[in-house]
Design a protein around this ligand. Structure first.
Ligand code: UDX
Length: 454
């Protein structure tokens, strides 16, 4: 007799190979697995997830040929293009393995792909398997990316200074300078990626790590643009069983340090898994934090390609003496737990989409220091749409850091943002409960996945 899992059919997930992409895909996998779908994850060797953390999933690893030089180049878009061309054969072979077992109730229901893994389209077409796209950034970012090719055709990229402050039509409150024109790699590479990743038009449905009330008008525009069912089922980390997704080891010692701090007193600083500060910015940040006299927890991620990453460890005695136990510095933190801790009262963030959602979910207001791409869009939403954060304006300099931290942690403005973000947190909690928009959307998605789709 077929089990419930076999009856539902297998979902093959294809995450993008970066922390900010892998995390929501694995969370979606855990959620759909808990609702009866067997899950296989096809992943690259580069940034491979930890199989042992997901005993319920099957894994297939690609034969990608990414060299050490590619990894260290910092050109993520070229790296992605290379991965896309080298993954196709092993993906097809892996899927054929399942299809051969179809008669034993092991068929494939569909492929859930990250749009940056565009090689999935040709294989799905050849093998006649439906695809579902998981957008791991905001709905607004997807709309903002979609207009870049047109702007390029009109000669507006690179953006002329004269229009940078102007509002982008239909994308309130974004200004042209907030558009996700990446500085990681070349603009022509980015435009090529946008065109190739636009293949979400050919998917049977679009799943988003977003919440209806946070992005109502952008979600409506997306529905109009793509004409396929759209399921906003975020925040994904609250929709299913807790799952481990970190590519780096989380330093749990910071939790014991947080336990010793007063409620809402700690500013948490992290710029995610890709962005970085150079050694000068590190030094300015360090002194700004010290001078603010506010307790801080700072993620100082080590990386061979980050020139400033060694600054803290070799930093001078004067800094160490003045911080004493008022600061805690780790290489990688259990961020979701940190943000949920009662002692954390503010987040200095690069505004990656996961960090933004995680902060709002825990009612923590932000200081926004966007570095590139979608972070600019998210920061604008945080500061001018939801009004739960302030922008760190200008160069990172100790006076600016001190002032921003004081304003958020001890000022009236910070208090207002804290109240506002708590309201958003309540809205998110409601959306994940029975009758809430995200939970209802998830149920609709499950129903949809059970339909015969091809
Ligand atoms: C990348 C892009 O940079 C980002 O703009 C895009 O929105 C997603 O892909 P990243 O920079 O890593 O992601 O940022 P973010 O989306 O915030 O994801 C980082 C993840 O790492 C979060 O889930 C966060 O909880 C986790 N994290 C971060 C940790 O677990 N520990 C840390 O110390 C820092």
């Amino acid at each position: 007799m077929a089990t419930q899992e076999q009856a539902n059919g297998r979902l093959v997930l294809v995450p993008g190979p970066f922390q900010g992409h892998l995390t929501p895909m694995l969370q979606l996998g855990a959620t759909l697995h808990s609702r009866g779908f067997p899950v296989t994850v096809f992943h690259t060797q580069f940034n491979s997830p930890d199989h042992s953390a997901h005993p319920d999933f099957d894994f297939i690893c690609s034969n990608d040929d990414v060299s050490e030089n590619d990894r260290r180049s910092g050109n993520l878009i070229r790296l992605l293009n290379k991965l896309n061309s080298s993954c196709e054969a092993s993906f097809q072979e892996g899927l054929r393995g399942y299809l051969e077992k179809e008669g034993q109730g092991q068929g494939i229901k569909g492929i859930v792909f990250d749009p940056i893994m565009y090689f999935t389209e040709a294989v799905a077409r050849r093998l006649n398997i439906p695809r579902f796209c998981l957008i791991t950034n905001s709905a607004t970012t997807s709309l903002a990316r979609a207009i870049l090719p047109q702007l390029k055709a009109e000669g507006l990229i690179p953006l002329p200074d004269s229009i940078k402050q102007d509002k982008v039509p239909k994308l309130h409150p974004l200004r042209f300078k907030d558009l996700p024109v990446s500085t990681v790699g070349d603009i022509s590479d980015l435009l090529q990626l946008i065109q190739l990743a636009g293949n979400m038009r050919t998917s049977s449905a679009i799943i988003l790590n977003s919440i209806n009330f946070l992005e109502e008008s952008s979600l409506a525009q997306l529905r109009e643009t793509y004409g396929v069912p759209i399921f906003p089922i975020g925040p994904l980390h609250k929709m299913g069983p807790e799952t481990t997704t970190s590519l780096m080891e989380e330093d749990e010692r910071c939790m014991a340090w947080l336990d010793k701090q007063e409620d809402n007193s700690v500013i948490y600083i992290s710029v995610g898994s890709v962005a970085s500060m150079n050694s000068k910015q590190m030094e300015e940040m360090a002194w700004g934090l010290t001078n603010s006299e506010q307790p801080f927890l700072w993620v100082n991620r080590p990386s061979a390609s980050i020139p400033g990453s060694e600054w803290i460890e070799s930093s001078n005695e004067e800094f160490k003496n003045s911080v004493k136990d008022r600061g805690c510095i780790v290489k990688w933190a259990p961020q979701r737990k940190v943000l949920a801790h009662r002692a954390v009262g503010g987040f200095w963030s690069h505004c990656g989409w996961n960090s933004t959602l995680e902060s709002i979910c825990e009612g923590v207001p932000m200081i926004c220091q966007p570095c590139f791409g979608d972070q600019l869009v998210n920061a604008r939403y945080v500061t001018h749409e939801w009004r739960v954060g302030m922008e760190a304006e200008g160069e990172i300099e100790r006076g600016m850091v001190e002032e921003a931290v004081r304003r958020l942690m001890a000022g009236k403005e910070g208090e207002e943002m804290r109240e506002k973000v708590r309201e958003l947190k309540q809205g998110i909690d409601a959306s994940t409960c029975e009758g809430g928009s995200s939970l209802e959307s998830l149920k609709e998605l499950v129903e949809f996945l059970l339909l015969p789709l091809l």
